[in-house]
Write a protein that binds this ligand. Structure first.
Ligand SMILES: C[S@@+](CC[C@H](N)C(=O)[O-])C[C@H]1O[C@@H](n2cnc3c(N)ncnc32)[C@H](O)[C@@H]1O
Length: 211
């Protein structure tokens, strides 16, 4: 359990259980306590990475590019404590909920875009973002991270959740993770990896810095 949490993220008691929490309007039916909302690590890979004490380097207030925002479960928590947060999602349906989550979050900018085509949002997203967070659960996860490296500041960080089954349902997750790591190393130096198993089956959390 890490106590090294970003500003704006706290461990608070909800119904007698200590849970991570951020301050903002609820988004996915999560329990609230005044203006605080519980952050469910079973619904969020980044939440799991924080729960597992991975060294995300998040301090609060940073500029974030988030790939695979879906309906905003995780990115809404991020926008509660970060600075400008650009949220890319290519499916129209979840984006509607994402737009709703953004209504009360002036720093959250939903973008209905394909993360494999960064040139389509390069005019909107500022360069030199501090943190690239990726949870796209699609084939080619390393490639997506490499293609979006262009947005990351030299001293920025990649916080990546890799879903083995999205790459190949038939292969051993360990073998898939090895390939993803190797491909990522074309553009990143890997700082830390950890299986997110406690919260998400067959997922690997990776923290990396651009080379
Ligand atoms: C596992 S879900 C993301 C959950 C979300 N990160 C959260 O924690 O709230 C993966 C999402 O990535 C999106 N996605 C997959 N490939 C994408 C791509 N190339 N560009 C943008 N979004 C993509 C899917 O539509 C899906 O909503």
């Amino acid at each position: 359990m890490s106590e090294d949490l970003p500003d704006g993220v706290e461990r608070r008691a909800f119904d007698g259980t200590d849970r991570l929490a951020t301050r903002g309007e609820p988004v996915y039916g999560e329990p609230t306590d005044g203006e605080w909302r519980a952050w469910n690590p079973n619904r969020s890979k980044l939440g799991a990475m924080l729960e597992l004490g991975m060294d995300t380097g998040l301090e609060g207030g940073e500029t974030v590019l988030y790939l695979g925002a879906a309906s905003g479960t995780t990115v809404s928590h991020v926008a509660d404590f970060a600075g400008p947060t650009y949220a890319v999602e290519f499916a129209a349906r979840p984006t509607r909920d994402l737009l709703e989550a953004a209504e009360s979050r002036p720093r959250l900018f939903p973008l209905l875009k394909d993360a494999r085509k960064p040139e389509t949002y390069a005019h909107v997203v500022e360069s030199d973002v501090d943190v690239l967070i990726q949870d796209v659960a699609t084939r080619g996860q390393a490639r997506v991270a490499l293609e979006n490296r262009r947005f990351l500041a030299d001293d920025g960080r990649l916080l990546l959740a890799v879903k083995a089954r999205s790459e190949d349902v038939t292969r051993e997750p360990t073998a898939v993770f090895e390939d993803v790591r190797e491909e990522l190393e074309e553009g990143y130096e890997i700082v830390e990896t950890e299986r997110l198993e406690t919260y998400h089956a067959d997922h690997l959390g990776i923290i990396a810095q651009p080379r």
